[in-house]
Write a protein of this length. Sequence first.
Length: 406
Amino acid sequence: MSQLARQMQMVDALPDQDDSTWNNLADTTVMQKYQMAGGFANAALRTVLSGCVAGASVGRLCTLGDEYILSATAGVFTGKGKAGSEVERGIAFPTCVNVNSVVLNHASAADDGLVLAAGDVVKVELGVHVDGYVATAAHTLLVGNNGGDSVPVPVPATGRVADAVCAAHVACEAAVRLVRGGASHAAVFQAVNRVAAAFGVRPVVGTASHVVRRFLLEADARIEHSSDPADAPAPAARFADNDVVAINIVMTDAHDPRLAEADFLHAAVLQRDVGLARPLRLQAARNAFNDAAHVFGVFPFSEHALIRRDRAHRLGLPEVIKSGLLAVRPVYVSAEPTATTAHFKATVLVLPNNQGSMRLTAPFSPPYVHSDKSIDDETAALLKQDVRIAKAKTVSSAHANTMDMS
């Protein structure tokens, strides 16, 4: 059984979690949890992006994002759920700072020695959840070359860098506008590939958008972005009321759009395999696994975040990983080391009762680039459509304690 299937099996077994109620976006408490997660994700991403200047430590930026999320979510919904258990909240996906040829899952340690330099293409990805209701986001920027100042360089980047960045940004914005009740998943696939062709780049193989379920980042429907027509979603696959969709666009200017695994010390993303139950020999391994399960639940987390909680976990982690109880999401790099990759991600809610869609994670201004390529009229018309953006929700701990925790 796959890890995804095991996760689905576990979530389906939770009390009071039938599909008719657990993601009802007409429920004010459910919407509040989503809006809070979205607000925290926006703020965390903004915090990390503002620190992406020449000379900044990559590891410290990863830590900055994670610590912001944990601190911000610690004071909300601190009471007990209907079943009497603690309401989980915190990191849904660890802060990853992926620089240049590094594409995904680089959740580095604070002392890694890696620093940003002028001209670096930086992709930041993170996610937040409140009671399992998830908001994820990603953004790309270019590090300025003016002494570490956060002001963009006075002359826009051009050429292939600009083509990749523009394509990813435009494709994400176009796809967001196609997420609505009854709309086809295939329309997203077609729009993403139409934009990629216009800018002369390609979607990164293996990347996709997903319909998200509570406690699951990658659930039932996977919307491929590969340029292979055989990967296009079936015409019958459509967005439905109460869907939560992670639009996840990664573009590359490489001739070979595939990814390769890379070995970065203590920079991997880990995730509990909830379908396994195996004994661990070392006490340090048992301590590391129990701490990971308690703090991060079923969601991915960074290896360094767990070690930061207790350095003794470093001794136990090898056994836990070897056992399969914690699965590794490896760091991925471009198959062509000199290629430019760009990543943008947004979470969109399909509201019930013909209320349309709502973008949960807000858009940020694109980096300072200029491409000489042009989009087609269909994409241009799509980008002119208004997008409803959710307002961030905040409540005091005292108020959250008194609210319905269903």
